[in-house]
Design a protein around this ligand. Structure first.
Ligand SMILES: NC(=O)C1=CN([C@@H]2O[C@H](COP(=O)(O)OP(=O)(O)OC[C@H]3O[C@@H](n4cnc5c(N)ncnc54)[C@H](O)[C@@H]3O)[C@@H](O)[C@H]2O)C=CC1
Ligand SMILES: O=C(O)C(=O)COP(=O)(O)O
Length: 525
C-alpha cells in the first residue's frame, strides 16, 4: 500500500484526502531531523511546510520516496538538485496561500505605520502614551515592491486600493503586466530612492540574497520602512539593525528570518521593529487550500502518475496520464533495448514521434526513454532524474514530431549513437496500450518485449535457425517466442528469441560462435 508521511502542521483535511484515495498516512509534525531520517525509508510521499528540511542527507535515507509535496510556495527548504538526482518529484501549491500572505504584508505595513504592536503593549501596561505613538498616513505614499509575482501583484492591488503609488522592481515583469497592475516598473536604485515603504516578494536565490544590505539602505529615503514577508536572507539583518539604530530606517516588519525558528535575532528588541513567527501563510482559509491541494496532487502522482505544480519535472495532467502511460512504457522499453545494445557511452539520442504519438506531450515520453536508456548503466535512474543525468553525461537529446502517416497508427523511433555506431529501434502500441517492437536497425521484425530475450544479428543462411534452436536446447533453455526479420534474401537478418529463463554467458558464447552470427546480446526487460 502506498504510504505518505506528513511531517509538518498541515490541516487535518490532508489526512482525509489521502485516506479517501486509499493511501496510508502518518501525521507526525515536529519530528527531530534524526527521527525523521530513521523512518523516512518507509514512505512513498512526504508532505511538508517550511519547518521540515529535506536535505541530501535525509533523501539518502528515503529509499522509497517518490514525491515531496510542499503545502505552500517556497521550496527553499528542499534540496531540489538532490531530490532530482534521486528521482524524487518536488511539487508545491503556488497560489493557495498568496492572498493570505499578501494580506499579512499589508497588515505589517499598518503595524509599522501606526506602531500598533508597541501601542498595544504600552496601553495594556496601563501607560496611555498617546503622544508617543505618532503615526504616518499611507494614502499618497510610495510603496516599492521588490518582486511582483503572485503575492507582489496582490499586495500592489491592495495598496492601490489604499491610494498608495506603487513601484515595482522585477526583472521578469513585462511592461504590459505592470500597466495592467497599475504599477510603475522601475530599476532597483529608483525604487530605493523613491519608496516610503519597501516590501519584498521574491524567492531567495543567488540573485536576491542580500538584495537589501548596507549599500542599498544608504540609497533609500531617510526613515524608510521595510517589510519582509518573503524569505529570511533577502535582507542582511546586521546591516538593517545598524540602519534602524542610526535612524536611516524608520521601521522594519519581519515575518521571516535567516535562521528559523528565530529564537534570537539581531533585530529583536529594537523599538521600531515588528516581528511575527513566519505567519504569512497562517490563516485557516489558506491552510485548508494548500493542504487539500497538496494531498490531491501527491495522491494523483502516486496513484496515476499525473504531475502538477512540480518544480523539477514537466507537468502531466490527470487526463494525459492514462494516455501517456503506455507511451512512456514503450519509450522506456525502447530505451532499455538501446541501452543494452550499446557498449560505450551514448553520445546522442533522438526520439521521433509519428501518428498519434506526435500529438502528445513529448517531455514525459522523452524522460521515460532516457531512463530506459541509462538504466543498464545507472541503477537509480528514473524519469525524474534521467534528463539531468543525460545532460551531465553530455548526451545530446532531440525530439522530433513527424506529421507523415506511418504504417502503424502510432510509432516511437529511438536512435542512439555511441562510439560512432548508430542503433535504431521502432515500436508501436497494439490496441493502444501494448508495447510491440516493429523494427530493429531498419529491419522489420515484430516482437513483444519478453522478460528474457536473445537478440541475434546474423546472415540469412540455411541451417542457422536449427543451429540456434539446438544451442538453446543444449543449455535446457526453453523458447517462448521466436521472431525473424531480414533486410533481403541471404542478407542481414535478425532473430529475437524470448526464452523462459535468464541467459547465461556460456550460452551466449556458443551462439556467438555459430556460423553466420554477427553478434548476440542477452536482453532483459
Ligand atoms: N511568509 C510566508 O509565510 C510566505 C512567504 N512566501 C514567499 O513569498 C515569496 C514570493 O512568492 P510568490 O509571489 O508566490 O512567488 P512568485 O514566483 O509568483 O513571484 C516571485 C517574483 O519574484 C521575481 N523575481 C525573481 N528574481 C528576482 C530578482 N532577482 N529581483 C526581483 N524580482 C525577482 C519573479 O520574477 C517573480 O515575479 C516566495 O519566496 C515565497 O516563498 C510565500 C508564501 C507564504
Ligand atoms: O508558502 C511559503 O512559501 C511559506 O513560506 C509558508 O510557510 P509555512 O507553510 O507557513 O511554513
Amino acid at each position: 500500500m502506498v504510504k505518505v508521511l506528513i511531517s509538518d502542521k498541515l490541516s487535518e483535511q490532508a489526512v482525509e484526502i489521502f485516506r479517501g484515495r486509499g493511501i496510508e498516512v502518518d501525521f507526525k509534525p515536529g519530528l527531530a531531523p534524526d527521527e525523521l531520517k530513521a523512518i523516512i525509508g518507509r514512505y512513498d510521499g512526504l508532505a511538508i511546510r517550511s519547518a521540515t528540511k529535506v536535505t541530501a542527507d535525509l533523501l539518502e535515507a528515503a529509499e522509497n520516496l517518490k514525491v515531496v509535496g510542499r503545502a505552500g510556495i517556497g521550496v527553499d527548504n528542499v534540496d531540489i538538485p538532490a531530490a532530482t538526482g534521486r528521482g524524487v518529484v518536488v511539487m508545491n501549491t503556488p497560489f493557495g496561500n498568496a492572498v493570505t500572505t499578501a494580506e499579512h504584508a499589508i497588515a505589517m505595513m499598518f503595524a509599522l505605520a501606526r506602531q500598533i504592536p508597541q501601542a498595544d503593549a504600552s496601553t495594556q501596561a496601563g501607560k496611555w502614551e498617546k503622544s508617543k505613538f505618532m503615526g504616518v498616513e499611507l494614502t499618497g505614499k510610495v510603496l516599492g515592491l521588490i518582486g511582483c509575482g503572485n503575492i507582489g501583484s496582490i499586495v500592489a492591488d491592495r495598496a492601490r486600493g489604499l491610494r498608495m503609488r506603487v513601484l515595482a522592481y522585477d526583472p521578469f515583469l513585462s511592461e504590459q503586466r505592470a500597466t495592467e497592475l497599475g504599477v510603475r516598473k522601475v530599476e532597483l536604485d529608483e525604487l530605493f530612492a523613491e519608496a516610503d515603504v519597501i516590501t519584498l516578494h521574491t524567492p531567495l536565490t543567488d540573485a536576491t540574497r542580500g538584495v537589501i544590505d548596507a549599500a542599498a539602505i544608504a540609497k533609500m529615503k531617510k526613515g524608510v520602512r521595510i517589510i519582509n514577508c518573503a524569505r529570511g536572507g533577502l535582507v542582511v539583518e546586521d546591516d538593517l539593525r545598524a540602519a534602524l539604530d542610526s535612524g536611516q530606517v524608520g521601521g522594519a516588519a519581519f515575518d521571516v528570518f535567516v535562521t528559523e525558528p528565530a529564537k534570537e535575532n539581531v533585530l529583536f528588541g529594537h523599538p521600531n521593529v515588528v516581528c511575527t513567527p513566519h505567519l504569512g501563510a497562517s490563516t485557516t482559509e489558506a491552510q485548508e487550500k494548500v493542504a487539500l491541494q497538496i494531498a490531491e496532487q501527491m495522491s494523483d502522482y502516486l496513484l496515476t502518475g499525473a504531475v502538477s505544480n512540480a518544480v523539477n519535472v514537466p507537468s502531466v495532467t490527470a487526463e494525459e496520464a492514462p494516455i501517456l502511460k503506455p507511451y512512456m512504457k514503450l519509450a522506456e522499453l525502447l530505451g532499455s533495448f538501446c541501452g543494452q545494445m550499446v557498449e560505450g557511452p551514448v553520445e546522442a539520442v533522438s526520439i521521433e514521434l509519428e501518428g498519434h504519438a506526435a500529438e502528445l506531450n513529448a517531455e514525459p515520453i522523452k524522460a521515460a526513454g532516457l531512463a530506459g536508456l541509462l538504466r543498464p548503466q545507472v541503477d537509480s535512474v528514473n524519469m525524474v532524474n534521467a534528463p539531468s543525468m543525460a545532460h551531465q553525461r553530455g548526451i545530446e537529446v532531440s525530439v522530433t514530431r513527424h506529421d507523415r502517416e506511418p504504417d502503424y497508427q502510432t510509432l516511437l523511433r529511438m536512435t542512439a549513437r555511441s562510439q560512432g555506431r548508430t542503433r535504431v529501434l521502432v515500436g508501436t502500441l497494439i490496441g493502444g496500450s501494448k508495447p510491440r517492437l516493429v523494427e530493429v536497425q531498419g529491419i522489420a521484425v515484430e516482437a513483444d518485449f519478453g522478460q528474457h530475450m536473445l537478440y541475434v544479428r546474423n546472415y540469412d543462411k540455411p541451417g542457422f535457425i536449427g543451429a540456434l534452436g539446438s544451442a538453446l536446447g543444449n543449455h535446457q533453455v526453453n523458447i517462448a517466442t521466436f521472431h525473424l526479420g531480414r533486410r533481403d534474401v541471404g542478407g542481414e537478418a535478425i532473430a529475437l528469441v524470448e526464452v523462459d529463463q535468464p541467459i547465461e554467458d556460456a550460452l551466449l558464447a556458443e551462439v556467438q560462435a555459430l556460423p553466420h552470427v554477427v553478434r548476440v546480446n542477452a536482453l532483459s526487460f
